[in-house]
Write a protein that binds this ligand. Structure first.
Ligand code: SF4
Ligand code: SF4
Length: 153
């Protein structure tokens, strides 16, 4: 079945995080061991919630990330890979090709024999501002972290 519209990042797309803390911080990101080590540099006694499937998740009593204070991430320099990637998320191009027609100017990044495109959250207010996104670098960080995450979305 063809999907009509999924937001796909285009070449030269701009992004600057507005630190609004509105969207990405309510998604309860999964973190890797490496993310945890980095967070512990700032908060040595921090313990994440561990789900029954063994996923380490950032969720506090109010349902939001425990590092969201007054609408701002207080571990911006140490934040997990999923938060660093947001609002972009890489997907193998061949998977998207099977469900939709990709725009001609879609950003495509090669990794080994695979090509990736990037879905993004249109609601994020930082999209369209700031500097061109370094998608190559985003993909590299995602590929490095993927084996340590159970289900990165
Ligand atoms: S990534 Fe987007 S939604 Fe998240 S804090 Fe930055 S601007 Fe807001
Ligand atoms: S670590 Fe920071 S950016 Fe990530 S969900 Fe928590 S408050 Fe938001």
């Amino acid at each position: 079945m063809l999907v009509e519209k999924i937001p796909v990042a285009r070449r030269g797309m701009l992004f600057k995080c507005m630190l609004c803390g509105q969207l990405c911080c309510s998604l309860n990101p999964e973190i890797s061991e490496e993310d945890l080590e980095r967070i512990k540099r700032a908060y040595p006694s921090f313990k994440p919630y561990v789900s029954p499937e063994g996923k380490m998740i950032l969720i506090g009593d109010n349902g939001y990330c425990p590092f969201l204070k007054n609408g701002v991430c207080i571990i911006h320099e140490y934040k997990p890979i999923i938060c660093q990637l947001y609002p972009f998320y890489p997907v193998e191009k061949r998977i998207l090709n099977s469900i939709m027609e990709l725009p001609e100017d879609a950003e495509v990044v090669k990794h080994g024999s695979e090509e990736y495109v990037f879905l993004f959250d249109e609601e994020c207010p930082g999209v369209g501002s700031g500097d061109p996104v370094d998608f190559k670098n985003l993909l590299r960080r995602f590929i490095e972290a993927k084996p340590y995450l159970k289900s990165p979305l």
